[in-house]
Design a protein around this ligand. Structure first.
Ligand SMILES: *Cc1c(COP(=O)(O)O)cnc(C)c1O
Length: 378
């Protein structure tokens, strides 16, 4: 059994993917090109925003937004404590200070009440200037964007939605990627919409920001890349990756998003009353980048993970460590930081196999093994 079965996705769609790749090879246009333009238009349309700008990966996508907004030393950027490293890495990379906010124990996403407390604390201390909130749509579930938007307005902060895992999710018909002043996503192969290499994109309705990012991503270009009006980076999506993504976007829209939600229902039903299953608030839709359960203790989680492995069932711990305890942030002196929920989740979460091509018998097998293990330990 595969944790996320990319080989099966390819085998079932090989003709379409191969011909899209061959077409790019024949045309010989590799950096930029028709497939990139078509993908950007389609993604902007799907998400429901004015601009989609593709780039090299999801990390640089976030970094470029912070660059365009002029975020740097002395600025505070609020990030959830329970997420992938990138979300805070880009903040430090720009010279700004990440403020780690604890998460909600049921949604795994940034807790708006704790966010407000953190903003007030930074204001009271008066050392840093609050500038940006980066809510993450973790495991495919959109963050509490309604409440977070209100706080952004109240305190005059910009919002950058990290939708690297969130593509395809929605809150009442409004899709992930459309919630912040800007949003970013990743096309890393294992993300909900993944390519066969690295890739990313920025979404925004802001014309000025879009123009800035189009310049930054090509060496700070002015009228062309040999007219350089500012310091930028080189962050582009290959035409080959875009061609693959155009095929995969069809699959995603046609059935993959539905499939992961069907599989989620199966898991939920079979694991009901056995372990804590993912909580999806009313009106929210998740794209299930991960299907993550919560066990009673670290010991139980570790035991289950090992047992599943002996049964040939892969599982993953996202994430083993809260961000504020990462060695890389040691200089920020965060030992005493109060992020109890995030610390606790790192001990007790376990992500199970989840992808659009998972079969019902495989879900049955996973759930049977979980039940067997937990019963044997009673
Ligand atoms: C994967 C991921 C990123 C980074 O995307 P890359 O394309 O790998 O650079 C950022 N944030 C979150 C939450 C992610 O899961």
């Amino acid at each position: 059994m595969e944790f996320r079965d990319l080989k099966k996705q390819y085998a079932l769609n090989q003709t379409k993917i191969d011909s899209a790749v061959m077409e790019v090879m024949k045309q010989g246009q590799f950096i930029g090109g028709g497939e990139v333009d078509r993908l950007e238009t389609r993604l902007a349309d799907y998400v429901g925003v004015k601009h989609c700008i593709s780039c090299a990966n999801g990390t640089e996508a976030m970094m470029m937004v912070l660059m365009a907004w002029g975020i740097g030393e002395g600025d505070a950027v609020f990030v959830p404590d329970f997420t992938f490293f990138s979300t805070a890495e880009v903040v430090v990379f720009r010279g700004a200070t990440p403020i780690f906010v604890d998460v909600d124990s049921r949604t795994f996403n940034m807790d708006p009440v704790k966010l407000e407390n953190s903003i007030e604390k930074v204001l009271k201390e008066g050392k840093l200037v609050p500038k940006v909130i980066i809510p993450v749509d973790l495991f495919g579930l959109p963050a509490a964007h309604g409440e977070i938007h209100e706080l952004g307005t109240k305190f005059g902060l910009k919002i950058l939605e990290d939708a690297a895992q969130g593509f395809g999710g929605s809150i009442k018909e409004k899709r992930a990627g459309g919630f912040g002043d800007a949003a970013t996503t990743s096309f890393f192969p294992a993300k909900p919409l993944g390519s066969y290499g690295d890739g990313g994109a920025i979404f925004t309705n802001d014309d000025e920001l879009a123009a800035q990012i189009k310049s930054i991503k090509v060496h700070g270009k002015g009228t062309n890349k040999y007219d350089n009006v500012q310091i930028g980076v080189n962050s582009r999506l290959d035409n080959l990756q875009a061609a693959i993504l155009n095929v995969k976007l069809d699959l995603f829209i046609e059935h993959e998003l539905e499939s992961v939600n069907r599989i989620r229902n199966l898991y939920d039903k079979l694991l009901n009353g056995v372990v804590t299953t993912p909580h999806i608030p009313e009106g929210y839709l998740s794209s299930y980048a991960q299907y993550t359960i919560i066990l009673d203790s670290k010991e139980q989680r570790e035991g289950l993970k090992s047992y599943l492995q002996t049964q040939g069932i892969p599982s993953m711990v996202y994430y083993i460590k809260p961000l504020h305890r990462q060695e890389a942030f040691k200089s920020l002196n965060l030992e005493g930081l109060d992020c109890k929920v995030s610390v606790d989740l790192c001990d007790r979460v376990l992500s199970l196999p989840m992808h659009p091509y998972l079969e019902q018998i495989e879900v049955d097998e996973v759930c049977r093994a979980i039940k067997f293990f937990l019963k044997s330990k009673k």
